[in-house]
Design a protein around this ligand. Structure first.
Ligand code: PGA
Length: 252
């Protein structure tokens, strides 16, 4: 790939964690980010219930907010769901779609993920589209085939480096403390880069960020983040405490 490397993004996915009192943790993170000024974009993805509260806290900060999921429709009779427009209205600039926990717990297919990503674009936000193989698929040597297929079927028309970020998250590495070796990460990210270039063209495919996610912590961030074509991280557990998250941001 020619040209400048894209600016990295480190996003903290709080999943189903956090109450109003957690704004203290968000404030501590903002303070730490302002002091350290890492050379990457920083994002927090709190649960939707505290998104607007965090938006207040983050107002004059570089830290941006994202939702964790959205419905594909704008509005309507979908009890318990939230549209991309609602997520944006609460203060988000981006939204995760296709996280493996959504794919597994809610049976979301790549077709569903694509419709959600389209909704994210429609609302004027950036989609963080997740792909990743299960332990079983990895054992069967299907990693590249699986992530390539997920990428192709989840990526909407009109995707580019501004409205889209890809997150490679091996399902077996999420919340387990296990991570692929840097050699394995390089292989998958290199493959995703090639596929992105094939789908979006040299320019846009080359500039679209590919994050690594799955048991990223302060002690492994530097090694993982320095792998070719790793343009940041999607962090779960280690993003809940400002101190841990700042330790990861220190990789930049
Ligand atoms: P983890 O989660 O960092 O807790 O492994 C990553 C993710 O699911 O985004």
């Amino acid at each position: 790939m020619a040209g400048k490397k894209p600016r990295p993004l480190v996003a903290g996915n709080w999943k189903m964690n956090g109450l109003k009192a957690s704004k203290k943790e968000a404030a501590a993170l903002l303070k730490g980010v302002a002091a350290a000024n890492p050379k990457c974009d920083v994002m927090l993805c709190p649960p939707a219930t505290i998104l607007s509260l965090f938006a207040e806290v983050c107002r004059s900060s570089k830290v941006k907010l994202a939702g964790q999921d959205c419905h594909a429709n704008t509005s309507g009779a979908h009890t318990g769901d939230l549209s991309a427009e609602m997520i944006k209205n609460a203060g988000a600039k981006a939204c995760i779609v296709g996280h493996s926990e959504r794919r597994a717990d809610h049976g979301e297919s790549s077709t569903d993920v694509k419709r959600k990503a389209e909704a994210v674009y429609r609302a004027g936000m950036m989609a963080i589209i997740c792909v990743g193989e299960t332990a079983e698929e990895r054992k069967d040597g299907k990693t590249l085939k699986v992530v390539g297929q997920q990428l192709k079927s989840s990526l909407p028309q009109g995707a580019d480096h501004k409205n889209t970020v890809i997150a490679y998250e091996p399902v077996w590495a999420i919340g387990t403390g296990l991570t692929p070796t840097p050699v394995d990460v390089k292989k998958v990210h290199g493959y995703l880069r090639k596929r992105l270039i094939a789908l979006l063209g040299e320019e846009l495919g080359g500039k679209t960020r590919i994050l690594y996610g799955g048991s990223v912590k302060a002690s492994n961030a530097k090694e993982l983040m320095s792998v070719d074509n790793v343009n940041g991280a999607l962090v779960g557990g280690a993003s809940l405490k400002a101190k841990d998250f700042l330790g990861i941001l220190a990789a930049y």
